[in-house]
Design a protein around this ligand. Structure first.
Ligand SMILES: [Zn+2]
Length: 319
Protein backbone atom coordinates (compact mmCIF):
# COMPACT_ATOMS: atom_id res chain seq x y z
CA UNK A 1 0.00 0.00 0.00
CA UNK A 2 1.86 3.01 -1.24
CA UNK A 3 -0.69 5.64 -2.18
CA UNK A 4 1.92 8.26 -2.93
CA UNK A 5 5.39 7.34 -3.95
CA UNK A 6 7.64 8.01 -0.98
CA UNK A 7 10.38 8.55 -3.48
CA UNK A 8 8.83 11.65 -4.89
CA UNK A 9 9.02 13.43 -1.61
CA UNK A 10 12.47 13.37 -0.18
CA UNK A 11 12.16 14.19 3.44
CA UNK A 12 14.75 16.93 3.53
CA UNK A 13 13.22 20.21 4.55
CA UNK A 14 13.70 22.73 1.82
CA UNK A 15 13.51 25.99 3.65
CA UNK A 16 16.73 27.87 4.07
CA UNK A 17 17.40 29.28 7.47
CA UNK A 18 20.21 31.61 8.16
CA UNK A 19 22.41 31.13 11.14
CA UNK A 20 24.98 33.57 12.28
CA UNK A 21 28.52 32.58 12.98
CA UNK A 22 27.93 32.44 16.71
CA UNK A 23 26.07 29.92 18.74
CA UNK A 24 25.23 26.84 16.83
CA UNK A 25 22.15 25.33 18.41
CA UNK A 26 23.42 22.46 20.45
CA UNK A 27 20.62 20.37 21.73
CA UNK A 28 16.89 20.27 21.57
CA UNK A 29 16.85 20.06 25.30
CA UNK A 30 17.58 23.06 27.38
CA UNK A 31 18.39 22.58 31.00
CA UNK A 32 16.19 24.37 33.47
CA UNK A 33 18.97 24.80 35.99
CA UNK A 34 20.54 28.17 35.46
CA UNK A 35 17.87 29.50 33.20
CA UNK A 36 16.46 31.85 35.73
CA UNK A 37 19.71 33.67 36.34
CA UNK A 38 20.37 33.86 32.64
CA UNK A 39 16.92 35.25 32.10
CA UNK A 40 17.38 37.94 34.64
CA UNK A 41 20.43 39.28 32.92
CA UNK A 42 18.37 39.93 29.81
CA UNK A 43 21.62 39.78 27.95
CA UNK A 44 20.20 40.66 24.61
CA UNK A 45 19.44 44.14 25.81
CA UNK A 46 23.13 44.85 25.62
CA UNK A 47 25.70 43.27 23.40
CA UNK A 48 23.93 40.30 21.97
CA UNK A 49 21.31 42.29 20.21
CA UNK A 50 24.03 44.07 18.29
CA UNK A 51 25.16 40.97 16.47
CA UNK A 52 25.19 41.65 12.76
CA UNK A 53 22.20 40.29 10.98
CA UNK A 54 21.90 38.10 7.98
CA UNK A 55 25.41 36.75 7.89
CA UNK A 56 26.37 33.12 8.11
CA UNK A 57 25.61 29.98 6.24
CA UNK A 58 22.23 28.51 5.64
CA UNK A 59 21.41 25.24 7.22
CA UNK A 60 18.21 23.34 7.72
CA UNK A 61 17.16 22.14 11.11
CA UNK A 62 14.34 19.66 11.44
CA UNK A 63 11.54 20.51 13.80
CA UNK A 64 8.54 18.50 14.92
CA UNK A 65 6.62 18.89 11.69
CA UNK A 66 9.50 17.56 9.61
CA UNK A 67 10.00 14.58 11.88
CA UNK A 68 6.28 13.82 11.79
CA UNK A 69 6.33 13.91 8.00
CA UNK A 70 9.47 11.78 7.89
CA UNK A 71 7.82 9.17 10.09
CA UNK A 72 4.77 9.14 7.87
CA UNK A 73 6.83 8.53 4.75
CA UNK A 74 8.90 5.84 6.41
CA UNK A 75 5.70 4.22 7.60
CA UNK A 76 4.29 4.26 4.08
CA UNK A 77 7.42 2.64 2.66
CA UNK A 78 8.24 0.15 5.39
CA UNK A 79 5.26 -0.76 7.55
CA UNK A 80 3.71 -4.15 7.00
CA UNK A 81 6.71 -5.33 5.02
CA UNK A 82 9.52 -7.69 5.94
CA UNK A 83 12.94 -6.11 5.99
CA UNK A 84 15.24 -7.62 3.41
CA UNK A 85 17.99 -5.14 4.05
CA UNK A 86 19.36 -3.82 7.30
CA UNK A 87 22.66 -2.01 7.43
CA UNK A 88 23.68 -0.02 10.49
CA UNK A 89 26.69 2.13 9.70
CA UNK A 90 27.39 3.20 13.24
CA UNK A 91 30.05 1.26 15.13
CA UNK A 92 27.93 0.24 18.08
CA UNK A 93 25.30 -1.46 15.96
CA UNK A 94 27.41 -2.53 13.01
CA UNK A 95 26.67 -6.20 13.66
CA UNK A 96 22.95 -5.78 14.29
CA UNK A 97 20.64 -7.05 11.57
CA UNK A 98 16.89 -6.69 11.48
CA UNK A 99 16.55 -8.65 8.25
CA UNK A 100 13.55 -10.95 8.36
CA UNK A 101 11.65 -8.81 10.84
CA UNK A 102 8.50 -7.04 9.79
CA UNK A 103 8.23 -3.32 10.38
CA UNK A 104 5.01 -2.67 12.25
CA UNK A 105 5.10 1.11 12.25
CA UNK A 106 7.15 4.27 12.10
CA UNK A 107 6.09 7.06 14.42
CA UNK A 108 7.41 10.35 15.71
CA UNK A 109 7.52 11.46 19.30
CA UNK A 110 8.41 15.12 19.33
CA UNK A 111 11.62 15.23 17.34
CA UNK A 112 12.41 11.55 17.91
CA UNK A 113 11.68 8.93 15.30
CA UNK A 114 10.78 5.35 16.22
CA UNK A 115 10.67 2.46 13.74
CA UNK A 116 9.17 -0.60 15.41
CA UNK A 117 9.42 -4.20 14.30
CA UNK A 118 7.44 -7.35 14.96
CA UNK A 119 10.41 -8.69 16.86
CA UNK A 120 9.92 -6.20 19.67
CA UNK A 121 12.74 -4.00 18.46
CA UNK A 122 12.70 -0.25 17.99
CA UNK A 123 15.12 1.67 15.86
CA UNK A 124 15.42 5.05 17.54
CA UNK A 125 16.80 7.89 15.47
CA UNK A 126 17.00 11.64 15.86
CA UNK A 127 17.77 14.02 13.02
CA UNK A 128 19.43 16.59 15.31
CA UNK A 129 20.90 19.38 13.18
CA UNK A 130 21.61 17.84 9.81
CA UNK A 131 19.89 14.50 9.55
CA UNK A 132 17.37 13.48 6.93
CA UNK A 133 15.97 10.40 5.25
CA UNK A 134 15.58 9.56 1.60
CA UNK A 135 13.46 6.77 0.23
CA UNK A 136 14.05 5.24 -3.17
CA UNK A 137 13.03 2.12 -5.08
CA UNK A 138 14.82 -0.94 -3.76
CA UNK A 139 16.16 -1.90 -7.15
CA UNK A 140 17.53 1.43 -8.31
CA UNK A 141 21.03 2.85 -8.23
CA UNK A 142 22.81 2.81 -4.86
CA UNK A 143 21.86 5.79 -2.67
CA UNK A 144 23.96 8.88 -3.20
CA UNK A 145 26.47 10.22 -0.67
CA UNK A 146 27.05 6.82 0.86
CA UNK A 147 29.59 8.14 3.34
CA UNK A 148 26.85 10.16 5.03
CA UNK A 149 24.51 7.22 5.46
CA UNK A 150 24.11 5.97 9.02
CA UNK A 151 21.39 3.43 8.42
CA UNK A 152 19.75 1.57 5.54
CA UNK A 153 16.46 -0.26 5.93
CA UNK A 154 14.82 -1.85 2.94
CA UNK A 155 12.21 -4.28 1.75
CA UNK A 156 11.36 -5.78 -1.61
CA UNK A 157 10.00 -2.47 -2.83
CA UNK A 158 11.69 0.43 -1.04
CA UNK A 159 15.04 1.36 0.40
CA UNK A 160 15.18 3.99 3.15
CA UNK A 161 18.49 5.69 3.84
CA UNK A 162 19.07 7.75 6.96
CA UNK A 163 21.71 10.44 6.43
CA UNK A 164 23.75 12.23 9.09
CA UNK A 165 21.46 11.07 11.84
CA UNK A 166 22.31 12.57 15.20
CA UNK A 167 21.21 9.44 17.02
CA UNK A 168 20.99 5.92 15.64
CA UNK A 169 20.32 3.17 18.13
CA UNK A 170 18.46 -0.08 18.59
CA UNK A 171 16.44 -0.64 21.74
CA UNK A 172 13.74 -3.01 22.92
CA UNK A 173 10.35 -1.51 22.13
CA UNK A 174 9.39 -2.15 25.74
CA UNK A 175 12.07 0.32 26.78
CA UNK A 176 11.21 3.23 24.53
CA UNK A 177 10.48 5.25 27.63
CA UNK A 178 14.20 5.47 28.17
CA UNK A 179 14.54 7.66 25.11
CA UNK A 180 11.18 9.42 24.95
CA UNK A 181 9.83 9.18 28.49
CA UNK A 182 11.16 12.60 29.41
CA UNK A 183 9.20 14.34 26.67
CA UNK A 184 6.26 16.55 27.38
CA UNK A 185 3.05 16.31 25.33
CA UNK A 186 3.79 15.87 21.64
CA UNK A 187 2.36 18.77 19.64
CA UNK A 188 1.65 16.44 16.72
CA UNK A 189 0.97 13.30 18.71
CA UNK A 190 -2.36 11.52 18.81
CA UNK A 191 -2.33 12.13 22.55
CA UNK A 192 -1.62 15.87 22.38
CA UNK A 193 -2.69 17.41 25.66
CA UNK A 194 -2.65 21.18 25.67
CA UNK A 195 -3.61 21.56 29.31
CA UNK A 196 -0.74 19.31 30.36
CA UNK A 197 1.72 21.26 28.24
CA UNK A 198 0.56 24.57 29.69
CA UNK A 199 0.80 23.12 33.20
CA UNK A 200 4.36 22.02 32.59
CA UNK A 201 5.33 25.44 31.27
CA UNK A 202 3.72 27.15 34.22
CA UNK A 203 5.76 25.16 36.72
CA UNK A 204 8.66 27.55 36.26
CA UNK A 205 7.09 31.01 36.01
CA UNK A 206 10.40 32.88 36.13
CA UNK A 207 11.89 31.11 33.16
CA UNK A 208 12.06 33.06 29.88
CA UNK A 209 9.28 31.83 27.64
CA UNK A 210 11.72 31.41 24.75
CA UNK A 211 13.64 28.83 26.74
CA UNK A 212 10.62 27.11 28.22
CA UNK A 213 8.98 26.50 24.84
CA UNK A 214 12.12 24.86 23.48
CA UNK A 215 12.46 22.55 26.45
CA UNK A 216 11.11 19.30 25.07
CA UNK A 217 10.20 18.20 28.60
CA UNK A 218 7.46 20.84 28.59
CA UNK A 219 6.10 20.14 25.15
CA UNK A 220 7.72 18.27 22.29
CA UNK A 221 8.23 19.44 18.75
CA UNK A 222 9.09 23.13 18.74
CA UNK A 223 12.51 24.21 17.48
CA UNK A 224 14.03 27.63 16.98
CA UNK A 225 12.17 28.39 13.77
CA UNK A 226 8.69 27.80 15.13
CA UNK A 227 9.64 29.42 18.40
CA UNK A 228 10.60 32.67 16.69
CA UNK A 229 7.51 32.77 14.55
CA UNK A 230 5.14 31.77 17.30
CA UNK A 231 6.38 34.43 19.70
CA UNK A 232 6.17 37.06 16.97
CA UNK A 233 2.62 36.11 16.07
CA UNK A 234 1.59 36.37 19.71
CA UNK A 235 3.57 39.58 20.29
CA UNK A 236 5.61 38.03 23.09
CA UNK A 237 9.24 38.90 23.84
CA UNK A 238 11.36 35.72 24.08
CA UNK A 239 12.77 36.97 27.40
CA UNK A 240 9.40 37.52 29.03
CA UNK A 241 9.05 35.21 32.03
CA UNK A 242 6.50 32.48 31.51
CA UNK A 243 4.48 33.76 34.46
CA UNK A 244 4.07 37.13 32.76
CA UNK A 245 2.78 35.81 29.44
CA UNK A 246 -0.81 36.93 29.22
CA UNK A 247 -2.43 33.94 27.61
CA UNK A 248 -0.27 30.86 27.78
CA UNK A 249 -3.10 28.69 26.50
CA UNK A 250 -3.45 30.73 23.34
CA UNK A 251 0.31 30.70 22.82
CA UNK A 252 0.51 26.93 23.08
CA UNK A 253 -2.59 26.47 20.95
CA UNK A 254 -1.11 28.57 18.18
CA UNK A 255 2.14 26.61 18.37
CA UNK A 256 0.20 23.42 17.83
CA UNK A 257 -1.73 24.90 14.92
CA UNK A 258 1.46 26.14 13.27
CA UNK A 259 3.09 22.72 13.38
CA UNK A 260 -0.12 21.05 12.30
CA UNK A 261 -0.45 23.35 9.31
CA UNK A 262 3.12 22.68 8.23
CA UNK A 263 3.44 18.97 8.85
CA UNK A 264 2.49 17.77 5.40
CA UNK A 265 4.45 20.24 3.32
CA UNK A 266 8.15 20.55 2.65
CA UNK A 267 9.58 23.51 4.47
CA UNK A 268 7.73 25.80 6.85
CA UNK A 269 5.75 28.95 6.53
CA UNK A 270 4.14 31.21 9.09
CA UNK A 271 3.23 33.92 6.63
CA UNK A 272 1.21 31.75 4.28
CA UNK A 273 3.86 32.26 1.60
CA UNK A 274 6.20 29.35 1.01
CA UNK A 275 8.62 31.32 -1.16
CA UNK A 276 12.09 31.24 0.41
CA UNK A 277 12.74 34.60 2.00
CA UNK A 278 9.04 35.30 2.42
CA UNK A 279 8.10 32.36 4.58
CA UNK A 280 8.88 33.87 7.99
CA UNK A 281 8.14 37.05 9.91
CA UNK A 282 11.33 37.23 11.92
CA UNK A 283 13.34 34.00 11.67
CA UNK A 284 16.50 34.55 9.62
CA UNK A 285 15.57 38.22 9.06
CA UNK A 286 17.92 39.99 11.47
CA UNK A 287 18.48 43.59 10.45
CA UNK A 288 15.64 43.53 7.96
CA UNK A 289 12.42 45.45 8.53
CA UNK A 290 9.64 43.86 10.50
CA UNK A 291 6.88 42.94 8.08
CA UNK A 292 4.36 44.50 10.43
CA UNK A 293 5.93 47.67 11.82
CA UNK A 294 9.12 48.28 9.87
CA UNK A 295 11.45 48.14 12.87
CA UNK A 296 14.67 46.19 12.18
CA UNK A 297 14.36 42.59 13.37
CA UNK A 298 16.80 41.69 16.11
CA UNK A 299 18.83 38.59 16.62
CA UNK A 300 20.29 37.33 19.88
CA UNK A 301 21.11 34.24 21.82
CA UNK A 302 19.24 32.69 24.67
CA UNK A 303 19.75 29.69 26.87
CA UNK A 304 21.97 28.32 29.59
CA UNK A 305 25.73 28.58 29.05
CA UNK A 306 26.80 26.22 26.32
CA UNK A 307 23.25 25.70 25.11
CA UNK A 308 22.52 29.11 23.70
CA UNK A 309 20.20 29.14 20.74
CA UNK A 310 19.41 31.88 18.29
CA UNK A 311 16.43 34.13 18.71
CA UNK A 312 14.87 36.50 16.23
CA UNK A 313 12.30 39.05 17.32
CA UNK A 314 10.83 42.46 16.66
CA UNK A 315 11.58 44.74 19.60
CA UNK A 316 8.49 46.81 18.87
CA UNK A 317 5.89 44.14 18.15
CA UNK A 318 7.03 41.77 20.87
CA UNK A 319 6.81 42.81 24.50
ZN1 LIG B 1 7.40 44.81 14.38
Amino acid sequence: MTPASPRATAVRVLTSRTYGGGAAPASSLTGAGNARAAARTRGRRSGRALLPGGVGHTVTVPEGDVVWNTARRLHTALAGQVLTRSDFRVPRYATVSLTGQQVTEAVSRGKHLLIRTSGGTTVHTHLKMDGYWRIQPAHGAPPARGHQIRLLLGNAQWLAAGYLLGITEVIPTAREDQVTGHLGPDLLGPDWDQAAAVARLARDPDRPVGEALLDQRNLAGIGTWFLAELLFLRGVDPWRPVGEVKDLDALVALGQRLLEANKTRPGHTSTGDTTPGRDSYVYGRAGRRCRRCGTPVKRGEQGPPGQERLRFWCPRCQR
